[in-house]
Ligand binder design. Sequence first.
Ligand code: SAH
Length: 396
Amino acid sequence: MDDAMTALPLVFDAPRRTKPPRHLADLTREEARAAVTELGQPAFRADQLSRHFYAGVTDPALMTDVPAAARESLAAALLPGLLTPVRHQSADGGRTRKTLWRLHDGALVESVLMRYPDRATVCISSQAGCGMACPFCATGQSGLTRNLSAAEIIGQAVAAAAAMASGEIPGGPGRLSNVVFMGMGEPLANYARVRKTLDALLTPAPHGLGLAQRSVTVSTVGVVPAIRKLTEEGLNITLAVSLHAPDDELRNTLVPINTRWNVAEVLEAADAYARRTGRRYSIEYALIRDINDQPFRADLLGKLLSTRLAHVNLIPLNPTPGSKWDASPLPAQREFVARLRAAGVPTTVRDTRGSDIDGACGQLAAADQVDGVPSVAVPVPAVEEAVPLGAESDQA
Ligand code: SAH
């Protein structure tokens, strides 16, 4: 282990900050109708606003079914712009695009849209920063700034859907098909807002994004009580658990929450989710050279998972600034995969899409840049074309 790695405390409670302005996407349909009525407008205008929001319409002038005199005031009251794009960075011929968003209080978060031949996935943030302190993750090293509101999380997915629909992503107009909570933050440490976001993602258009349950993935370090709560929701979304080590001794250092809920407990909670949904869960495992990639750990992991309804998604470590850790070399990766498969565990290796623009797993660290970002936003689109990635096939 690298002793130079700072050991940060686990932080579950987000610092209280000024709340973002009220937004329609934070409200239930009834609350939105009541809010519109209070503004002296008929309740059905809430539905009109909702339709525009989920269609990605942000300019009140385009909300032509709302009387011109009421557009500006309704939009200002219920559709405030919560996410201001600071810049886009593109890679892979424009098919991977990372967006840095500034929130109302200056906090910064990132989301990454990845277009593949058969689908388009957006990786969204649920918190500004993260309190889970995983030493190999750039976000984890920045600490927790605050929880995002539901509207701030939903807005990232809506923006991605709008970008796909508009045709601005190479490949022609398309549809956002997948959402993964693998951006900044621990989604299950911001449970209520993430739960609301799931409703918005799954609700059919025009009052949601109409995504299929299996196309939405919540990734967690293993907040066991929250996994149990999610199990009781009656949802069938995909659950991903960031394991990164099969043994408690190593996992205590790589995923510090393990000191609270250990490997056996987190797998038991994931098993219960799988039993309830009948759906396989994902085990995420970042392969870190000489840290967790030894053949004996592959065998341990294989033994742990061979009887479970789980598959393993290996992620060659994406380097983060200041870390001495490296991705496992290819032969070690291949050996790890072979041993897991020999144990009967379905195993895939995730591609590192977006790593050239620090947009790959664990590289989102916008909070680090809060002080460094100029106060005048860089005009958007300011697409910086990065070197195209030699992307392998993604299995995320
Ligand atoms: N907090 C959630 C979601 C965040 S990140 C979670 O931990 O699951 C999504 C995945 O990227 C997690 O499995 C995380 O452990 C992994 N990850 C973090 N840093 C990484 C890095 N530097 N290289 C590869 N994967 C990393």
